[in-house]
Design a protein around this ligand. Structure first.
Ligand SMILES: C[S@@+](CC[C@H](N)C(=O)[O-])C[C@H]1O[C@@H](n2cnc3c(N)ncnc32)[C@H](O)[C@@H]1O
Length: 287
């Protein structure tokens, strides 16, 4: 079969799937392309090339998995995040392209500082912390997560990427950090669970079925319980003039800004990625 025909069939299957959140224009084309490149082990496709029958069968199985809502990153086993190959494993939050903006905002601020210390709170598989460790080699990065499985994957990612300036610890928010870091942290980045408990069932199936609940919600009524705790505790760890960065959905931005101001953060702003625009990153400076 020709590449163009294989792709057309896959796109039709993905478009018809009720389990996929069809929010992004051309999402099905992009994903069909991505999976076929992966199946063929190439970076680019030529529509006129023939696809070997064995690859067509393997590709169709991947497309069927995607049509059940399974994220592409889990099917491939990895995500590419700011150029890094980050392992994606079931049970650990799948890295999202939209979170690259949180990493970018953190990296910009850390590059201006000498030998900075950064904390990636609720780090999942280490995504943001690893990007910082890679792009700001002088930084010492600590990632923490309540999930031991997430920390296992984060450590594995750090080893595979050879990023020895990133340390990952299991614990509740700042609980696992060494006490000597109190007052010594330049920047805290947080992409928290922020979905209100009652909104969990309204999430697209591909998120509800494939992300563990503790990665999506802290079970508080407004979804901002963990954000409030992080804002309250960050002051103990940040240097004067240090930064707190929090990624949330646009509808939560105003509430999170208020939480940050109420806990003593200054210059609080909502920043938005010019590309995805699906999230906001709240930035605030400590005293
Ligand atoms: C939305 S995911 C973000 C993961 C990662 N930062 C990313 O962007 O790919 C939220 C993460 O918060 C973690 N988490 C939930 N409650 C926590 C807590 N009390 N302390 C630390 N981490 C927590 C979850 O295990 C999950 O990995």
């Amino acid at each position: 079969m020709k590449t163009a025909d294989v792709l057309a069939r896959a796109v039709a299957t993905l478009k018809a799937s009720p389990a996929i959140d069809h929010w992004q224009k051309d999402r099905e084309e992009i994903e069909a392309d991505d999976l076929l490149c992966f199946a063929l082990g190439v970076d680019e496709l030529d529509p006129q090339d023939d696809v070997p029958p064995g690859v067509v069968r393997r590709y169709q199985r991947m497309v069927e998995r995607r049509a059940t809502g399974e994220p592409v990153q889990l099917i491939k086993g990895f995500a590419v995040f700011r150029g890094l190959e980050i392992l994606a494993r079931s049970g650990v939050f799948v890295p999202r392209d939209s979170t690259e903006f949180l990493a970018e905002q953190a990296i910009r601020r850390l590059r201006r500082r000498r030998d900075p210390v950064a904390v990636d709170l609720a780090c999942g598989g280490g995504t943001v912390g690893l990007a910082i460790a890679d792009e700001v080699p002088a930084a010492r990065v600590y990632g923490t997560d309540i999930s031991a499985e997430a920390i296992r994957v984060a450590r594995l990612n750090a080893r595979r990427l050879g990023l020895s300036n990133a340390t990952f610890l299991t614990g509740d928010l700042f609980g696992a950090l060494p006490r000597r870091l109190r007052g010594a942290v330049d920047l805290v980045a947080l992409h928290p669970p922020y979905v209100a408990k009652r909104e969990l069932r309204e999430l697209p199936e591909e998120i509800r079925r494939f992300e563990p609940a503790h990665t999506l919600t802290d079970h508080s009524a407004n979804g901002l319980g963990l954000v409030g705790r992080a804002a309250a505790e960050s002051g103990t760890w940040l240097k004067r003039g240090g930064w707190l960065l929090i990624e949330v959905s646009p509808d939560r931005a105003r509430s999170v800004a208020k939480v940050m101001r109420d806990h003593g953060f200054h210059d609080v702003r909502s920043t938005v990625d010019t590309g995805f625009k699906v999230t906001r990153v709240l930035v605030g400076r400590w005293r």
